[in-house]
Design a protein around this ligand. Sequence first.
Ligand SMILES: NC(=O)c1ccc[n+]([C@@H]2O[C@H](COP(=O)([O-])OP(=O)(O)OC[C@H]3O[C@@H](n4cnc5c(N)ncnc54)[C@H](O)[C@@H]3O)[C@@H](O)[C@H]2O)c1
Length: 321
Amino acid sequence: MGSAFIKYILAKYPDWQIVNLDKLTYAGNLENLAEVENNKNYYFLKGDIAKREDVEKAIGEGVDKIINYAAETHVDRSILEPDAFVKTDILGTYTLLEAVKKYNVAQYIQISTDEVFGSIDSGKFNEESPFQPNSPYSASKAGADLLCRAYFKTFNLPVIITHSCNFLGSNQYPEKLIPLLITNLLEGKNIPIYGDGSQTREWIFTEDHCRAIEKIMERGEPGEVYNIGTGEEKKNLETAKFILQELGFGEDKIEFVKDRPGHDQRYAIDSGKLRKLGWQPEISFDEALRRTIKWYQENKVWWQRLKSGEYLEYYKKQYGK
Ligand SMILES: NC(=O)c1ccc[n+]([C@@H]2O[C@H](COP(=O)([O-])OP(=O)(O)OC[C@H]3O[C@@H](n4cnc5c(N)ncnc54)[C@H](O)[C@@H]3O)[C@@H](O)[C@H]2O)c1
């Protein structure tokens, strides 16, 4: 999502200067930013948000805003190997907040997730809902969000927290549900579905999320929390069936696999507070999913290169084949 946001901002505000600090983990990919790499207002720096010297180098002569997209993000990996989640998501956020304090950065936006609230059977989470994270990923993100809150309360730092529903769109690493299903089918493989597939998720298209962050940059208040959601809930099985149909496959491709431990059953988020600032999603789930499928169909080289080496090792650990 960070790369989508950089491209969105450079296209819309060509005079703004952007420094992209990225460790380039397995999930990082400079190809996603190839179209802006020669832009005179774009600077890339390979580095770790959890290392003070890297963060200070990125700040250089000073920055006005920090938007923290960098994180370890994949729940299944947080169950297999939580170490990097605690380091990047918590220590990384702490390191950035310290830099905001030291360099008087005028705005800090924490990109976080609705998963910090845990699972909800009915109704929706709002900005006041208690944190009840159930995975090492969501617990690390919750820890980071609490540090953000504390740095606003204690040091009066200009911190804003956002909790978003799930992303869908192009350039997403093929471990995440939607690109996993699409790319497996394009390779002629079966698609793994956890449990009975009844888990419910709310989805947002990348461009709609970029617009939400843009709105929060313009109109968000320091110390405030904003939920970002579309209201479009889908059961994972419904999403799988939609993709099967779009790609012309039958339901025999579905392989139900052992459920993820601690798997949240449902997320649903009330984004009324952000909508009052003048934002609303523009792309429906069906349209977003069709565009995403098309992108993966047209960019096979991009994802085929990723589905090798480390990815295959992870896949084997996760799905046993
Ligand atoms: N994917 C979703 O559905 C979703 C939903 C809600 C919120 N979020 C949040 O949005 C943000 C972006 O998520 P995403 O799915 O685009 O992530 P991603 O996993 O696709 O990419 C993460 C990026 O962070 C970089 N990174 C990781 N550790 C780093 C470190 N220590 N220092 C610097 N860079 C580092 C990686 O190299 C990569 O470029 C995350 O904070 C995530 O928690 C994601």
